[in-house]
Design a protein around this ligand. Structure first.
Ligand code: GLN
Length: 492
């Protein structure tokens, strides 16, 4: 095997495409290499809830055949991809990490799934998540706890921990996740990979099981920014089935990627460097800012004065929407139905009681409370007003800078079990990621170092609405100056 084709599983999607174009390895060989590594590593990492071995190999073979016949191939031809298990794939179980959807087989594909198929990607499996994407550690999955490939005693972050760990463990070169309050960027940061949450409306949510519909957005995981640009190009764009999905043109993110942005200004929010930030994380993030400065960035201190209210606002808005979205799982419309019930009300209670885990129940209770007639003004409607102020803070910031930079997560990956009995401590993991969803803006986390225990650190860049192109170019400028994105976890 030549050096180009040794360690196929450590390659990026762009490299795997090139390897196939050079006839150095087929889609089938590539897919088999990933399936073999999945078999070896899954007992330890536990990223996947389902592995589609047969369909993945059949797809790979059909792509090889298309290539042999000289037919036109899609942008992700022969590239394996893992998909978070709250995104529907027709005929494949979609559990959302919940017992209540254990037997749910979607009769339709999500918009992004259709896009992946049109792009000739090889969907290799469905990945683990916190139940209904509620959590920051993947410990809230009803099925298994995914481990961080850099240290198996640690959590991979969440809620898209399975998708992040799958890429960090080289079980897939790219994956899809969903981000409602940080669920792509935080696990990307903790697993040392790139994670992008696009602008709200950039990618269709059709076929994404709803958690909090005004915050949810599908996004990407990859080893580097070039793969992020490619995958975003595939999944972004108009879809009439999601009325919040924009018909704005999709820029050619890959074409412009290597054109440096010059000159540019980075806003550094003083609120993002306050108490609670791990000094080792702060050091790496400040060094990353110096790298960007050396590439022509002007660093400007800014203020996002309402950030202090972001967590409280998020947990009111998100739980209110969740309580409404999750009402459909009643054992009749959707989901598990209890076998043992006396009457209709008893059936609803037992089906939901047996099917949902404790974090989901906590959030349904909180959401129903804040929406109830005596409290809606004081809680939910007040939260919506603060949400507007948070967006205004960003609008003001982006009037004077191109991106806002800071840490993605206040700490590196923590130990499994360390925060699982303390929901408030867990909620604070998202302190830097949540505002982005409340404001509907795009955000990316890119690897920017390791702490003294060899755990990855992420730099977060936030942009104005629909500025993904610029965001990716700036992220790429940083990436080209560093080697963090080239490191691969040993998984032992
Ligand atoms: N950790 C946050 C929560 O538990 C965000 C989750 C997400 O983005 N899906 O709600």
């Amino acid at each position: 095997m030549s050096t180009t084709t040794s360690n196929l599983t450590e390659k990026t999607a762009c490299e795997l495409i090139q390897i196939q174009a050079n006839n150095e390895a087929s889609a089938e060989t590539i897919t088999r290499a990933f399936l073999d590594l999945i078999k070896a590593r899954e007992p330890k990492v536990k990223s996947f809830l389902k592995i589609n071995e047969e369909t993945a190999l059949a797809t790979a073979k059909s792509i090889d055949l298309k290539r042999a016949k000289g037919e036109k191939l899609g942008l992700l031809a022969g590239v394996p991809i893992a998909v978070k298990d709250n995104i529907c794939i027709k005929g494949t179980a979609t559990t959302c990490g919940s017992k209540i959807l254990e037997n749910f087989i979607p009769p339709y594909d999500a918009h992004v799934t259709e896009k992946l198929q049109q792009a000739d990607a090889v969907i290799i499996g469905k990945t683990n998540l916190d139940e209904f994407a509620m959590g920051s550690s993947t410990e809230n999955s009803a099925y298994q706890t995914t481990r961080n490939p850099w240290n198996l005693d640690c959590i991979p972050g969440g809620s898209s921990g399975g998708s992040a760990a799958a890429v960090a463990a080289c079980e897939a070169p790219i994956s899809l996740g969903s981000d409602t309050g940080g669920s792509i960027r935080q696990p990307a940061s903790l697993c040392g990979i790139v994670g992008l949450k696009p602008t709200y409306g950039r990618v269709s949510r059709y076929g994404l099981v709803a958690y909090a519909s005004s915050l949810d957005q599908i996004g990407t995981f990859s080893h580097d920014v070039a793969d992020t640009a490619l995958l975003l190009k595939v999944i972004a764009g108009k879809d009439e089935r999601d009325s919040t999905c924009t018909s704005n043109d999709v820029p050619d993110y890959t074409k412009s990627l290597d054109v440096p942005v010059k000159p540019f200004t980075i806003g550094v929010a003083k609120e993002y460097f306050a108490g609670g930030l791990d000094p080792e994380v702060e050091k790496s993030v400040r060094e990353a800012l110096d790298v960007l400065k050396s590439k022509g960035a002007t660093i400007k201190e800014i203020s996002l004065p309402h950030s202090a209210y972001a967590i409280a606002t998020y947990y009111l808005v998100a739980t209110a929407e969740a309580s409404s979205n999750l009402a459909r799982y009643d054992g009749v419309h959707y989901g598990h139905r209890s076998k043992d019930h006396k009457n209709l009300i008893d059936m609803y209670c037992k089906s939901r009681g047996e099917g949902f885990g404790s974090e989901v129940k906590r959030r349904i209770l909180l959401g129903n409370y804040s929406l109830s007639s005596g409290y809606i003004d004081a809680y939910y409607l007040k939260a919506l007003k603060v949400r507007r102020l948070i967006r205004d803070d960003f609008d003001k910031a982006f009037a004077g800078c191109d991106v806002v930079a800071g840490p993605t997560s206040p700490t590196c990956a923590f130990k499994v079990g360390e925060k699982s009995s303390d929901p408030l401590a867990m909620y604070l993991s998202d302190i830097y990621t949540i505002s982005c969803n409340l404001a509907g803006i795009p955000g990316i986390s890119i690897p920017c170092g390791f702490n003294s225990k060899n755990l990855p650190i992420g730099l977060q860049l936030l942009g104005a609405p629909f500025s993904e192109e610029k965001l990716l170019r700036i992220a790429r400028m940083y990436e080209k100056e560093t080697n963090w994105h080239l490191k691969r976890a040993k998984v032992c």
